[in-house]
Structure formats: C-alpha cells, structure tokens
Write a protein that binds this ligand. Sequence first.
Ligand SMILES: C[S@@+](CC[C@H](N)C(=O)[O-])C[C@H]1O[C@@H](n2cnc3c(N)ncnc32)[C@H](O)[C@@H]1O
Length: 320
Amino acid sequence: MGNEFVEHPSHSAEYFGDTRDGWWNRDYVELLARRWGLSRVREVLDIGCGVGHWGRVLGGVLPRAARVTGVDRDPVWVEKATARAAARGEGERFRYQVAVAERLPFEGDTFDLVTCQTVLIHAEDPGAMLSEMVRVTRPGGLVAVAEPNNLASALLSAAALQAPVDETLTLVRFQLLCERGKAALGEGNNSLGELIPELFARHGLTDIQVYLNDKANMMLPPYASAEQRATAEELSDFVRRDFWIWSRPDTRRYFLAGGGEEQDFEACWAAAMAAAQRIAEAIASKRYASAGGSVGYVVSGTKPSPPSSRHMDARVYRNP
Ligand SMILES: C[S@@+](CC[C@H](N)C(=O)[O-])C[C@H]1O[C@@H](n2cnc3c(N)ncnc32)[C@H](O)[C@@H]1O
C-alpha cells in the first residue's frame, strides 16, 4: 500500500499511489460503457496515460478484442506503464509509447475511442490537445475525457473540516489564486472541467454529453477499507513531506502568478498546512469523518462523419 512513485520528480508522481485505484465505481464505469457503446470499440488511445490507471479502468469494461495504446510525454511513465501491464499479463492488450499530446504520431481517423483522465487540466493549451485527439479519432468515433473541477472539491474538503467561515474562505481563496496562477503560467487550469463541453463544441464534436463521476471517497472511522487506509496514508504522507496540492515552491510560484501578494504567502501556506495537519491528526485519533465528495466531469462527444458518408456509417456512435 502507498505510492512507490512519491519521491519521483516526474509529473503527478504524488498522485500515482494506491488512492488512484479507488477513483471509480466499477458499476458506474459499466454504465459509462453502455452509454458510450464501448462494446463496438476496438482501438483506444489513452492520452497522457501516466502509469496506466485510466486505461486499466476502461480495460475492465472494453471488449477483450479491444487494444489500448497509451501515450505520455514522460519516458519514465511509459516504462512504468509498460512494466505494470506486463506484470498483469496484459502486455499485448496495453501498449505504451512516448508521445506529446499536441503532436500525436498517428494517422488521422485511426481510433474508435480517444480518451484522457486529468490531462487537459495540465495543458497549456487544452484546445491544441483536443484538436489532435479529434484528428486521430475516426469519423463516428468518440472522444471522452474525465476532468475535474478541483476548486469545487476544495470547498467540499473545507466544509468537511467545519472550519470557521474566514478560514474556509482563506483556504478556498488560496487555492483559487494558485489555480489562476498555474493557468497563467501555462501549466494548466485545475478546474478546467467546467469549460470542457464548450471546448468540445468548438472542436466540432457533436452529441456532447456530460456526466459526473459518482465515486465519493468517504472517510469514516475506523477506516476499515483498504481504500480509506490508502487515503489516510496519503494525507499523512503529504503533511509529513510539507506537500499541499503542490510542493511549496510550486505553490508559491502559482500564488504569485495568480495575483497573490508576496507578504501573504507564508500565512496562506501555514493555514493550508495547518488544515491538512488537523485532518491527519483527526484521522490518527479516529475522529475525522467526511462524505468525501468531489466534482469529476465525464464529457464525451462524437466526431462527425463527412456529410457524404454519414448515411452509410453504421458504426456511428449515438449517446442516449
Ligand atoms: C495527472 S497525470 C494523469 C495520468 C493518467 N491519465 C491517469 O489518470 O492516471 C497527467 C499525465 O499527463 C502527462 N502529460 C502532461 N502533458 C502532456 C502532454 N502535452 N503530452 C503527453 N503527456 C502529457 C504527464 O506526464 C502525466 O503522466
């Protein structure tokens, strides 16, 4: 249990631990598979695959004949994802390669499903990524992404703390300033989920559907499930390493770029870490309880077929 990658310098390493395996309810993913018509899918492209968590979730509901190609710009993650698939005996079904999402090394109109999870939120230009995703999707194929609104989730965590109003506002304001700064620095908008349907429409996708991931991450003493124990471990590990959502230097950069005042940073950081510390201590003494909600959007859209072939394309996707 834990996160074997936590000290790794690569992107998102702090978030590739066991808690990531608990992001989805299996029956909900089966529902998505029915809504999206995944039984017809054979070729899948998973953009920004990391060590393969999202592809593996989808792999559980894709037909056995479907093949998942994962791409990531970081060779370390590609190597790890390849090793993890091989260790599961799925090295044939899941293939990984290094590629930059904004310049995909694939022919146009290739994949039945092009997808990503928490990748557009890290993009300097999500539109450039989405253009490539649409280009390599075959006409009638599906583009589907899982991207959060992390600011909304911050408010839910603060509510679980039952902190005074001013402290709650300080925490949410701090995160908002940092999110704005991160976006201004070209490192992505952590609450991009909110804007994705419009982005899909602008890129010519049709039949756009938006759902919400129904997984809550409840914490209830005595934290009996492996999932709750993994969350407890991750939270206390973040506190131990003086890590908030981002490292302290990154948080500072984002805060200043988002319009935060230099002289306010230390107080904001102290408030955020004190809140995290309170949660870690309450967990350690089995007093912390939370419904554990978050806002994770699941957005899908169909790549239209060219007008002349539309009436002949029997494989076209229609989301109900
Ligand atoms: C938050 S992780 C998500 C990993 C995976 N999708 C999952 O949900 O487990 C973001 C991943 O996107 C990759 N990434 C970010 N920008 C990228 C780009 N422009 N091209 C390819 N990969 C990218 C990072 O290296 C990282 O592995």
